[in-house]
Ligand binder design. Structure first.
Ligand SMILES: C[S@@+](CC[C@H](N)C(=O)[O-])C[C@H]1O[C@@H](n2cnc3c(N)ncnc32)[C@H](O)[C@@H]1O
Length: 221
């Protein structure tokens, strides 16, 4: 399936999911704590934060009003909720496979959480996000780690669901593929850890996340 068709289907799915997203997701996701800890550590007064695949904007909504939050997503319904909940934030319809528009300015911090499972080219997407960060900028991303000996990890892409979203894939990356993509994006890894991502109730499995804290080098880019 072409990327554009897949993204259209995914956007429709998340459009429908938007009103119930936060209440449903809080029961099945496991990465809230590390995200909060990261934001506490890196977001200073007046910082600019980019929230990629922001959904309804709930991860960055409670940041102090002095923080300039810019979120983007492919589902307009998600963005509508994000705008209502943080009226002084800026929320845009945008696909992370495309470069971040220059007009959004440069950021100190970026998040891409719970969303890179839909990314079919990790190096490209990390490059796009890195390009929006200032030197020394920090980024927290979750990537579904592929471990070929694990059940359901046999292929690098598998159907997200056999019930909804037929034909829309979820992409898994081996550790080597992740480090290669990080290097190609010109990012420095500060930390890596494996963390349960979310409960895939249909497949009855916890999706395994690699959580990467990445930094844009201060010089030489
Ligand atoms: C599971 S939600 C995650 C929302 C939020 N980041 C969180 O962690 O709770 C996935 C979001 O990624 C968005 N998304 C999927 N593909 C995308 C793309 N190519 N560009 C931007 N957003 C995308 C979806 O529309 C959806 O809102």
């Amino acid at each position: 399936m072409k990327r554009s068709t897949r993204i259209e289907r995914l956007a429709e799915y998340y459009e429908d999911f938007a009103p119930d997203y936060v209440s449903t997701w809080k029961d099945i996701q496991h990465y809230d704590k590390p995200v909060r800890a990261f934001l506490r550590e890196v977001v200073a007064e007046g910082a600019r934060v980019l929230d990629a695949g922001c959904g309804p904007g709930h991860l960055t909504r409670a940041l102090p009003p002095t923080v300039d939050v810019v979120g983007f997503d492919i589902a307009e319904g998600m963005l509508d909720i994000a705008r209502k909940k943080r009226p002084h934030g800026a929320y845009h319809l945008h696909d992370y496979h495309l470069p971040i528009p220059r007009s959004w300015g440069r950021f100190d911090v970026a998040l891409a959480l719970g969303t890179l499972e839909f990314c079919d080219d990790l190096a490209l997407v990390l490059t796009n996000l890195a390009g929006a960060l200032r030197p020394g900028g920090r980024m927290l991303v979750s990537v579904v780690e592929r471990r070929p000996h694990v059940r359901l990890h046999e292929r690098a892409a598998r159907s997200l669901s056999s019930v909804d979203l037929k034909g829309v894939s979820m992409y898994l990356y081996t550790f080597a593929e992740q480090t290669d993509a990080i290097q190609r994006a010109g990012l420095l890894p500060r930390s890596y850890r494996l963390h349960p991502g979310w409960r895939h109730t249909e497949y009855d499995v916890d999706v395994l996340y690699a959580l990467w804290d990445l930094e844009v080098p201060r010089s030489g880019r």
